[in-house]
Design a protein around this ligand. Sequence first.
Ligand code: TPP
Ligand code: MG
Length: 346
Amino acid sequence: MSTETLALPRTQLSEETLLEMYWMMLLSRRVDERAWVLHRQGKITFHVSAIGHEAAQIGAAFAINRGVDYVNPYYRDLALSLAIGTTALDFMLGLFAKVGDPFSGGRQMPSHFNSHRLNIISGSSVVASQVPQTSGLAFAIKYRQTQGMVDPKDTSQPRLALTCLGEGSTSQGDWHEGLNWAGVHHLPMICLVQNNVYAISVPIQSQMAVKNVADRASAYGIVGVTVDGNDVLAMYDVMKEAAERAYNGGGATLVEAKTYRMTPHSSDDDDRSYRTREEVEEWKKKDPISRFQSYLQAEGILTQALIDDYEARARDEVDAAHKTAEAAPSPAPEDTLGDVYAPLED
Ligand SMILES: Cc1ncc(C[n+]2csc(CCOP(=O)(O)OP(=O)(O)O)c2C)c(N)n1
Ligand SMILES: [Mg+2]
């Protein structure tokens, strides 16, 4: 159990919301762990993990208008995607590449989260390509508002665009182009960089000459904030402030969540070749879920009985998703040539 304390939230959150955040973090972790098991059993071919990133993603998800604001995620955003409204079964169908996979009909690699219904944008595997796309979405939001096409206070409409990427991906030109555009046009956008120290095997010091990714924000004329990405409440606060800035015409924010992936980059690399076990063990002491659990217990919000109950619920949900996805049929070979989302109109 972690002894690290969490920042007290500046924004008052109800007990119900705090427990929902805890539940989403736990569900993501348990789904993720099952994916590793399935990979080691040879039942799936690939997994890219969010273990360690849950606080960064859940703090972010709860600070925006989930399912309405645009979100352009990256492959590590399992917790974010679940919190916005995709399901464990959606994810598992993608892992097994089975009929019913809502993200790509079994065609894409797993973890390319998207949902038209939830305004989650379908991403490419090319890192940072989502950043200029998100500036474009934010530009469209602002354009519609300034043209009087939508009311800027209408919460049934997207009022900001959020994108996520890793710190290594900020070396891509797309990142610069996207943030520059967001700064010039004062756009309702949040760029959340989940800085987990490595880009596969490349450590951050080989990637940039500045200490913090967020230090670069001033070069784009936007606000930059660095936050403890393993503290879900600190994350929530920073993201809430960024969201309010976007909603109220204050422009874009670059949020850098300092975190760590506790697993290798993906199921296909061996992290022993580029980082020490001691380093990994040090970071495990900052496990975002145990930290939040300790906080909630100390506040009297979470009891052992409730923890057990959540664990049982998570296990049931993961078991059911796993079983259904594994039993689902594979797409017919001839379907490869069909369209992904809908048939073309004649
Ligand atoms: C343009 C491009 N170059 C290289 C890759 C291969 N690649 C996939 S993930 C990745 C590492 C990205 O690291 P980071 O941005 O820090 O994100 P993390 O995986 O650590 O969360 C690389 C190099 C890619 N997908 N796209
Ligand atoms: Mg990284």
